[in-house]
Design a protein around this ligand. Structure first.
Ligand code: 5GP
Ligand code: ZN
Length: 134
């Protein structure tokens, strides 16, 4: 057993409040929710992040993400939610087992992304750097 918290949850070594489980995917309550009903959806197999997870397993995880989002609206009467998946510590990823947060929202002023702008020519430079690495 690795030292991964989420692998331990999958194995039942650590407890969790499960909301969905199948052969490949587990969804459970985040221990420190932004709002009640904040769910984490993970593949049962350990992959660190979006770059490591195979596409077929990613699709299975996303299928569950889609289901849970709707169930938060139906079951808990939320009007909307954010789906957040962080890659690497610089992006705020604390648990290195890929996970999708489904964060139910009370209103749009709870929190938001900071916004920057592009100076003349910068956007095109950025586009080239991305396009040339796809
Ligand atoms: P990250 O910051 O890596 O995107 O998110 C990790 C999330 O895992 C955090 O929101 C944190 O509250 C949650 N978390 C950390 N440890 C545990 C745990 O032992 N059980 C559960 N259910 N959630 C955890
Ligand atoms: Zn793991």
């Amino acid at each position: 057993m690795s030292n991964c918290i989420f692998c331990k949850i999958v194995a039942g070594i650590l407890p969790s409040y499960k909301v969905y489980e199948d052969e490949d995917v587990l969804a459970f309550l985040d221990i420190a929710p932004v709002n009640h009903g904040h769910v984490l959806v993970i593949p049962k197999k350990h992959f660190a992040n979006m770059e490591e997870i195979p596409e077929d397993i990613l699709m299975k995880v996303l299928r569950v993400v889609k289901k849970i989002g709707l169930s938060l609206k139906r079951g808990l009467k939320y009007k909307g939610y954010n789906i957040v998946e962080s890659n690497d510590p610089v992006a705020g990823q604390e648990v290195a087992h890929i996970h999708f947060h489904i964060i139910p929202r009370l209103n749009k002023n709870e929190f938001s992304w900071p916004h920057k702008s592009y100076k003349e020519g910068e956007a095109q430079e950025v586009v080239e750097k991305i396009k040339n690495n796809i």
